[in-house]
Design a protein around this ligand. Structure first.
Ligand code: NAP
Length: 272
């Protein structure tokens, strides 16, 4: 478990649910819970909050043992809009409270992320949200939120994988006690596993290339949230706590940097 700056705890590895929709999606999320995942990552814009809530109920696992994250979409930035959007998410999920509520993208052109974050703080004060955070925020936007609201986001969920290690932003997070969550931690199943550096390290430890990449996240201090529809791969992805990478191995994995997967630059990317 990881301790957040507000005292709450978050599992060291989570389950991403983007694209897991419908009955197949529910089955995949139930199997992830059965495999042992206790952090589920969704968003209003994934159109699967109902599936996430249903999977939690079907799993039979007590609600309080599962850490549920959802995110506020761009079209709902603003004070009243945030309160309404949260209620929509909460109803979709069918839950009394959400563990972590994130602003999905900062949308600097719209310039409402500070008042949006203030409304999230209000939800936290009302006990509807346990922790408040952001996603895709840069150092500049984090600094502004902290100075204007007096509250440091508990989490910043950012694109992070060996192709885009984000050293500078991770250092900023560490200085401000902001937990880093890694989205697309496996670089969306791209060509990463064919990298010789990763397959050599995997062979040396007797693990799979995916496990090497997820262990790399863990040792950087980040919480990865890999998605998989397959029960077998879900179990593989969770089994990364029984070996340790050396500093040299971590550095060589980070040397695979080539840039973002797609044009998800927070300065310009607009998702509503
Ligand atoms: N905040 C944001 O803006 C943002 C943006 C993007 C994503 N996210 C979150 O981050 C989560 C994860 O990111 P992601 O879904 O984009 O990508 P990802 O987790 O990096 O990669 C998922 C892909 O890798 C494959 N895969 C998973 N485990 C594997 C294994 N052991 N061996 C081989 N292939 C494997 C999956 O295929 P199978 O399903 O067939 O196993 C899927 O195609 C999302 O689900 C979402 O919750 C957030």
């Amino acid at each position: 478990m990881k301790k957040l700056n507000d005292g709450n705890q978050l599992p060291a590895l989570g389950f991403g649910t983007y694209k897991l929709t419908g009955d197949d999606g529910i089955d995949s999320i139930v199997s992830a819970l059965e495999a042992g995942y206790r952090l589920l990552d969704t968003a209003l814009n994934y159109k699967n909050e109902r599936e996430v809530g249903e999977a939690i109920r079907r799993s039979g696992i007590p609600r309080e043992e599962i850490f549920v994250t959802t995110k506020l979409p761009g079209r709902h930035h603003g004070s009243d809009e945030t309160l309404l959007s949260f209620e929509e998410s909460r109803m979709n999920l069918g839950l009394d409270y959400v563990d972590l509520y994130l602003i999905h993208w900062p949308l600097p052109r719209i310039d409402k992320y500070v008042e949006t974050f203030r409304a999230m703080i209000k939800l936290r004060e009302e006990g509807l949200v346990r922790s408040v955070g952001v996603s895709n925020f840069t150092e500049q936007y984090l600094t502004r939120v902290i100075s204007e609201t007096g509250v440091t986001p508990a989490v910043n969920q950012i694109e992070l994988h060996p192709r885009f290690p984000q050293g500078h932003l991770r250092e900023f997070h560490a200085r401000h006690d902001i937990l880093t969550e890694s989205w697309s931690p496996l670089a969306r199943g791209s060509d990463l596993w064919t990298e010789q550096i990763i397959s050599d390290i995997a062979a040396a430890h007797g693990v799979t290339p995916t496990q090497v990449v997820l262990r790399w996240h863990h040792q950087l201090g980040a919480v990865p949230i890999p998605k998989s529809s397959s029960p077998e791969r879900q179990r593989e992805n969770l089994d990364v706590f029984g070996f340790e990478l050396s500093h040299a191995e971590i550095a060589s994995i980070s040397s695979l940097e080539s840039g973002r997967l797609w044009d998800g630059d927070p300065e310009t990317n607009e998702e509503f």
